[in-house]
Every structure is written in structure tokens, then in C-alpha cells.
Design a binder for this molecule. Structure first.
Ligand SMILES: [Mg+2]
Length: 310
């Protein structure tokens, strides 16, 4: 286990993102901490079912073996106390997941601990915790419920990203929202050769791309799935080029729904800032919404998120 995590992708993940803890969570919410703790103790030996991020985590940890290098580190970041966390650790053993680090904060905010564990990406089902991570400068996303019947590719990890307000900043999208399509297209044409500013997941993409380049074998496949279309595609392609990043696939959908493309790509995970894209996609592939708070006061895009049933 390397102590230097500088070149490693470190993913912090809540126990409820890794395992199905919905029943346990509703006991906590409806009956309180004591009832929850008692239930967890009584069921300590019962293995938890996989949650939304399980296929991604399992595949990323196997990638270390395939690369022969420790490039991905997964840390459990939980507000549980260490006692109730035991069931989670037992389940990690059962599934043979190479997760060694875990933080059980006993109800305290996890935000301050994320940088202590060098977390690059934080995944949770709890919006407050995700926002807390973002407020601490960490890329973070809120997971939807797992899709039914998802069957991940066994050889290749497939990760799909939205462009604006995920890989890239939301500057251009704000122009679209405030001034309309024509103004947006004109703006993107004028600034086509100027790289888009990095968005909340820009660094995650760069790290993944570096890890991917360590092997000649197709171990990681990356797709860009964006509502942009011609001629706004050019600035995106030139931006990725300027970052030294190559994506394997790019889908410029121009208003077509994203969910069918995500189903065809069979993503282990899909990240989008808008519920109208990530929500329908979550019925086919594990999906997460990336809250983008910095200028949320500029326009209202806070449609229902992963907390609302679908
Ligand atoms: Mg977007």
C-alpha cells in the first residue's frame, strides 16, 4: 500500500453508495440512531447486496491487478460509527474487495477528512455530503438508485461523462440558458480555439486518461456524451486535445435523449449535472448527478435529483 497517493486516483465512497443500505437507512431516518445501530449489530454477519457504485469499484480495484500497479485507491467514507461500520467491513471481505482504508466519522461531517485521505472523487447517495465535499474543493456526485439488470463488461471499465458543467465549466451553458441557442453557438464559434475552462470533473478525466495510457490493452473506455452538436463540437475536441486527453467515444447528441446512448455504451458509471439526463440514464446504467453550485443562483436547473423516486 503506497503512502504517496499523488499519481493515484483516490475514490472516497459512502457505504450506502457501495452497498444496498436502503432498508437500514430508512430505519435510521424513521426510528433513529439507536434502532439503526441495534439492527446493524443484529445483522452483522449478513452480507450486504451491491449498491450503485459496486460494479465501478469492483472493476477499478481489479484494474490495479491488471496493471500490476496500484493506481486506484478506494476509501470508505462513512458517518457511521466504527461499531455499525463492522457489517460494511465484513461485506467488503466477503466480496474480496481490496479496500483497506476506511473512515467512520461517528456522525461528524466528512468534508474535512476528504483531503486528509487525498480523495480525488467522492461518491455518495446523500446530497448534503456531496455538497459538503464540493465545498471542500473535491469532485463529487450523488448516485441514483442502481439500475435493474445491469450487466457490466467484465474486461473493460466504461465511464461516461457529460461535457458542460461536468468536464468543462458551465460558462458556455450559462450563455445558452440566459441568451438562447443562437447566442451560445455564436459564442462557441468565436471562441472555438480557446480551450474551455476545466469543470468539476476535468481533473478526474485527466487522471483516468493517464491511468488508461499505462496499458496498451483496452482496459478503460471513456465516452463523452453531450447535448452539444455541430458546430459547438469543435471547441470540445480542441479543449480535450489541449489537455492531452483522448476520449474513446464522443456523442454529440444535439437534443436527442442520452439514455439510449448510455445503455448502448453500457457505462459502469455516467456523470451528468442535469437530472433530466442522469435520471433517465440511471434506469439503464449506474448514474450520478454532479451538482454545480457556483452559479446556481443564475438560473434554476435544480429539477428533482436522485432523491426523487423513479
Ligand atoms: Mg451539462
Amino acid at each position: 500500500m503506497p503512502a504517496n497517493l499523488e499519481n493515484t486516483l483516490v475514490i472516497g465512497i459512502s457505504s450506502r453508495a457501495l452497498f444496498d443500505l436502503e432498508r437500514e437507512n430508512s430505519i435510521f431516518e424513521n426510528e433513529g440512531l439507536n434502532a439503526y445501530a441495534q439492527y446493524q449489530r443484529e445483522n452483522e454477519k449478513r452480507v450486504l447486496e451491491p449498491g450503485t457504485a459496486f460494479p465501478l469499484v469492483e472493476a477499478l480495484l481489479k484494474l490495479n491487478d491488471k496493471l500490476g500497479e496500484h493506481m486506484v485507491e478506494v476509501v470508505i467514507m462513512s458517518q457511521n460509527n466504527p461499531q455499525t461500520g463492522l457489517r460494511v467491513m465484513n461485506s467488503i471481505d466477503f466480496y474480496n474487495l481490496a479496500i483497506t482504508r476506511a473512515a467512520f466519522s461517528g456522525g461528524e461531517s466528512l468534508g474535512p477528512f476528504l483531503s486528509a485521505y487525498s480523495v480525488d472523487l467522492y461518491l455518495s447517495k446523500n446530497l448534503e455530503d456531496v455538497q459538503d465535499a464540493i465545498d471542500h474543493g473535491i469532485a463529487a456526485a450523488q448516485l441514483y438508485a442502481p439500475p435493474g439488470g445491469f450487466n457490466p463488461d467484465a474486461d473493460e471499465i466504461r465511464i461516461a461523462f457529460d461535457g458542460d458543467a461536468v468536464l468543462f465549466s458551465e460558462d458556455s451553458e450559462v450563455i445558452f440558458k440566459q441568451q438562447g441557442l443562437d447566442a451560445f453557438l455564436e459564442h462557441e464559434k468565436v471562441f472555438a480555439s480557446l480551450p474551455l475552462p476545466e469543470g468539476p470533473f476535468g481533473r478526474v478525466l485527466k487522471t483516468l486518461s493517464r491511468i488508461k495510457s499505462l496499458s496498451d490493452k483496452p482496459l478503460v473506455r471513456i465516452a463523452l456524451v453531450t447535448a452539444r452538436d455541430r458546430p459547438a463540437h469543435e471547441r470540445v475536441i480542441l479543449t480535450l486535445r489541449s489537455w492531452g486527453v483522448e476520449v474513446d467515444e464522443a456523442h454529440f447528441l444535439g437534443g436527442l435523449p442520452k439514455n439510449e446512448v448510455l445503455r448502448a455504451f453500457n457505462a459502469h458509471i455516467f456523470f451528468d449535472d442535469q437530472d433530466k439526463h442522469a435520471g433517465p440514464a440511471s434506469e439503464h446504467v449506474p448514474s450520478a448527478r454532479v451538482p454545480y453550485k457556483t452559479s446556481s443562483e443564475l438560473y434554476d436547473k435544480d429539477a428533482p435529483g436522485p432523491d426523487s423516486a423513479h
